[in-house]
Design a binder for this molecule. Structure first.
Ligand code: PL3
Ligand code: FE2
Ligand code: FE2
Ligand code: FE2
Length: 238
């Protein structure tokens, strides 16, 4: 009965401030958050497929990343189904529309740096921070799925990081400019999601903190110095 004992202990520890997953208010908030995640994973898939047209010699790697995103989408779709929630996909499409538009414009202009900053840095850091916070307060089914997903998202962040690091000498100006335009959008999206997130017991400040940690760590790895990183982060406050 060792297993039973330890299960009991885990449940007790975790149940301290978990929300009630069966209430109408939880399900209502979840219908938007779940849709955002499902749409985000679909767009991430599409973006990696698009990126392969800009970096054709990495078609294989980018296709692999894209496939992971579809797996994530299936996982989060199952999370909604498990709770009996219908995802509000119209809301989610609107939620991503500005960022989506900026990615499409950059893509059509062959701006690899901008596309990578939007998808592999900003969106992935956003996903990592949100999933990280969600894991602490998720229902057991969703928790397990999200834990699997977040491991993959680090690989995606890392992909963008390594490309930008290798090309830093030639892409720095574009990186700064793209950040100036798109970081404020991420900030807005964080603000926009925070009310529904709080119904899921996800704290807004914690989301921000986790985002800034993932974002700044990545910029440091890319090879930017503290002053440059501070300048980039300031773009969020406008
Ligand atoms: C990249 O691989 C995926 C991009 C998805 C964007 C995620 C946005 C997260 C918003 C808050 C979600 C909380 C987690 C809830 C999960 C059902
Ligand atoms: Fe993903
Ligand atoms: Fe991803
Ligand atoms: Fe953390």
């Amino acid at each position: 009965m060792q297993t039973l004992e330890s299960n009991k202990k885990t449940n007790l520890e975790n149940s301290i401030d978990l929300p009630d997953f069966t209430t109408d208010s939880y399900k209502d908030a979840y219908s938007r958050i779940n849709a955002i995640v499902i749409e985000g994973e679909q767009e991430a898939h599409d973006n990696y497929i698009s990126l392969a047209t800009l970096i054709p010699n990495e078609l294989e790697e980018l296709t692999k990343l894209a496939k992971m995103e579809l797996k994530h989408k299936r996982g989060f779709t199952a999370c909604g189904r498990n709770l009996g929630v219908q995802a509000d996909m119209i809301f989610a499409k609107e939620f991503f529309s500005k960022l989506h538009g900026n990615f499409q414009v950059a893509l059509s202009n062959g701006k690899t740096t901008t596309c990578l900053l939007i998808q592999a840095i900003l969106i992935e850091a956003f996903a990592i921070s949100a999933y990280h916070v969600y894991i602490r307060v998720a229902d057991p089914f969703a928790k397990k799925i999200t834990q699997g997903v977040v491991k993959d998202e680090y690989l995606h962040l890392n992909y963008g990081q390594e490309w930008l690091k290798e090309n830093l000498a030639t892409c720095k100006d574009e990186l700064m400019e793209a950040n100036k335009v798109n970081l404020p959008l991420i900030k807005k999206m964080l603000d926009q999601v925070s009310e529904d997130a709080s119904v899921l017991a996800m704290d807004r400040e914690e989301l921000m903190e986790e985002f800034m940690i993932a974002y700044q760590d990545t910029l440091l790895e890319i090879g930017l110095d503290n002053r440059e990183i501070a300048r980039m982060a300031m773009a969020a406050i406008v």
